[in-house]
Write a protein that binds this ligand. Structure first.
Ligand code: 7RM
Length: 666
């Protein structure tokens, strides 16, 4: 495979491969997918008779206004794959209204735990009321079916309420993570020409205020498409309000005329539901587009079967709704399944590193789903913190966002899972809508560090550079050979799928390429090996190195920049930036922190480089391509040029020695 830096992970994986942990008997007995055989039969059927499999699933899992005529059509040849054509439905109705005719009407749909430990609970009935009210506000503001609505909110209940309100009237939401800067927000609003912005005066995380409205104002200065801005008051409300544009959420929803029920917009199966921007290896973030029926079915079915949800469970996914994990597994999947979904405003270490476990104890959480980076951060504070709390309610654990190394998996299993609770290591992407490769907790013998098995209907194949299938045990590129209902339908602003084709389908014709490396072992279990493109994964957040480089180069002192990831104990990957200064600027610690601050301002705090290494030159091929492979090695601390692979194409061999010396001096 292209990148030799992953070999350490592979060695660790090989050691873990021999160890399997069987599903606990009691768990398997009650699970939907309770034996390996059940999985295999269902999986085989999902590939051999996909029409029948997905027809049954769609009829069973979703409420339709009009039934669909065709299950699936099109494919990877023309990229015009479609699911459930002819069908008419509404996502908000599936997440809310349909539960009102059942006992779940008074079940908690959403439990909110605030940063400082306050709580709010919404039953399905109450959530329905709030969504309906806000949907009326959207209409009153002139938002219509197909219009884009940008949402820039912290983790407060108004966030899922706004999303579902959009879904109710057929508007397309584009949630922008509250940790992004004003210019990142501006770029996203401009790309989809959003008609409206929903934001808050401020956010509060870990006791610290985040000035969202100030950032929004800065962004809106250059967003002529935005006609109105609704502002939730989370803090003291002490912000500028632009007359004619800005209004307060609480005032909008208290108008008498919005209290009447809001009619549902009947949506075609392939009508867009939302856009979510994600980083790729080149250029600006892409607006990944998901549509109505396929996405909802896939998020609901994966949630039910993999999270093994039972009606009495309290389920907690710690992600931020600004990322796809929050969309699919805090909001849409769980609510479609009638679950109780907990949402948390804060951070794992505030007021202390016991916070997660205090919340688990407080609500008797049964299913807990988080990211390896959070586990690693908490692991560092020792087992003492979890041991202070009663975690006996937990019956299932999950992880997502990046490969979890076997050692961290084992700590999670033993310390949080009492050495007996199954862990689902769910591999997926913004583009996939839901789990692609995952264990089924009642059926899969677990191997620490392996994401195990393909979900139903997913036909993965690990291939070599030339597209041929890799042998068992051989690392390669992870591709998928046919469409599944939850996958992206395109990217915003690319109606003829030109960019989509380039990004996902060109390298391996006829296949969707994930951008990840993987290996399948002799048992057929999948092991993810990390990105093989210029995307880095910082604390489970995807960042394109090109984006960070453009941010650096946009500073007057910088002439050229190259950014790579390096192994980081807590974040998974850290950001190492090589910077070449313009004439007249001199390397200094001050300048390094100014440049870091600049990246933070342009993209957001998550993109702030961990290290800035000033350099005279970068290793380039004779044709001028930066040899990132070498930069990654140097950032990782490698000093022996023998380990750098082929250096014969290097235009200026001396550069490497200088960079190694520069790295050592950091
Ligand atoms: C859900 C999400 C996607 C990228 C993906 C991988 C990495 C995610 C796992 C994982 C190994 C996992 N969406 N990734 N989950 N790698 N094991 N269980 O994270 O679009 O933001 O990122 O994240 O590299 O391509 S995402």
């Amino acid at each position: 495979m292209a990148d030799e830096t992953r070999s350490d992970a592979t060695i660790e994986h090989l050691a873990a491969e021999g160890r399997t942990i069987e599903p606990p008997e009691e768990f398997a007995r009650r699970a939907t997918i309770g034996t390996e055989d059940t999985y295999r039969v269902m999986y085989r059927r999902s590939l051999e008779e996909p029409e029948r499999f997905w027809r049954e699933a769609a009829e069973q899992e979703l409420d339709w206004i009009e039934p669909f005529d065709t299950v699936m059509s099109g494919g990877f040849e023309d990229l015009d794959y479609r699911w459930f054509d002819g069908g008419v439905l509404n996502v908000a109705a599936n997440c809310l209204d349909r539960h009102l005719g059942t006992w779940r009407r008074n079940k908690a749909a959403l439990i909110w735990e605030s940063d400082d430990g306050h709580t709010k609970t919404y039953t399905y009935q109450q959530l329905h009321y709030e969504v309906s009210r806000f949907a009326n506000v959207l209409k009153k503001k002139g938002v219509e079916k197909g219009d884009r609505v940008a949402i820039y909110l912290p983790m407060i209940p108004e966030l899922p309420i706004a999303m579902l309100a959009c879904a109710r009237i057929g508007a397309i939401h584009s949630v922008v993570f509250g940790g992004f800067s004003s210019s990142a927000l501006r770029e996203r609003i401009q790309d989809c020409s959003a008609k409206m912005l929903i934001t808050a005066d401020e956010g509060i995380r870990g006791g610290r205020k985040v000035a969202l409205k100030v950032a929004a104002d800065e962004a809106l200065f250059e967003c002529p498409s935005v006609e109105s801005c609704v502002v939730v008051q989370r803090g003291a409300g002490d912000v500028d309000m632009e007359p004619g544009r800005d209004t307060w959420w609480h005032q909008e929803i208290s108008a008498p005329e919005v209290r009447k029920p809001c009619a549902l917009e009947p949506m075609a199966a392939e009508d867009p539901l939302f856009i979510l921007y994600t980083s790729g290896s080149t250029g600006k973030p892409k607006g990944v587009l998901h549509t109505t029926a396929g996405y909802l079915l896939y998020s609901a079915l994966t949630f039910k079967t993999v999270m093994d949800y039972r009606d009495e469970d309290v389920y907690w996914c710690t992600a931020d709704i600004g990322w796809v994990t929050g969309h699919s597994y805090i909001v849409y999947g769980p609510l479609a399944a009638g679950a109780t979904s907990l949402m948390f405003e804060g951070v794992p270490t505030y007021p202390d590193p016991g916070r997660f476990w205090a919340v688990v104890e407080k609500y008797r959480v049964n299913i807990f789903y988080t990211a390896p980076t959070a586990i690693r951060a908490l692991m560092r504070h020792g087992s003492g913190w979890p041991q202070r709390y009663d975690l006996s309610s937990i019956r299932l654990l999950g992880t997502v966002g990046e490969p979890i190394n076997p050692e961290v998996w084992t700590w999670y299993h033993e310390t949080i899972g009492r050495g007996e609770v199954p862990i689902v290591d769910t591999y997926w992407q913004t583009e996939t809508g839901g789990f692609l490769i995952t264990p089924f907790p009642g059926a899969t013998p677990l191997k620490p560090g392996s994401a195990s098995w393909p979900f139903f209907g997913v036909e993965p194949e690990v291939v070599r550079e030339d597209g041929s299938r890799a042998d068992p045990g051989e690392g390669g590129y992870l591709t998928v050979r046919r469409p599944w209902p939850g996958m992206l339908r395109g990217t915003w602003g690319d109606p003829h799928h030109k960019r989509m084709h380039e990004v996902y389908f060109e390298r391996f014709p006829g296949r969707y390429f994930t951008g990840d490396g993987a290996r399948v072992d002799a048992d057929g279990d999948y092991w993810l090996l990390g990105r093989v493109d210029d995307v880095i994964n910082v604390s489970g957040h995807r960042l394109g190195t090109a984006e960070i480089e453009s941010a650096l180069v946009s500073h007057e002192a910088v002439s050229e920049a190259a950014v790579v990831g390096f192994p980081h104990e807590v974040k998974g990957e850290g950001i190492h930036a090589y910077v070449i200064l313009r004439d007249g600027y001199h390397a200094s610690e001050d300048l390094a922190s100014i440049l870091s601050g600049h990246v933070r301002k342009v993209i957001g705090p998550i993109a702030k480089p961990d290290r800035i290494q000033f350099a005279q030159d970068l290793p380039k091929t004779r044709s001028g391509k930066i040899m990132r492979r070498i930069l990654r090695k140097i950032a990782a601390g490698e000093t022996e040029t023998d380990a750098f692979g082929d250096l014969s194409t290097l235009a200026e061999p001396k550069v490497v020695k200088d960079l190694i010396a520069g790295r050592a001096a950091l």
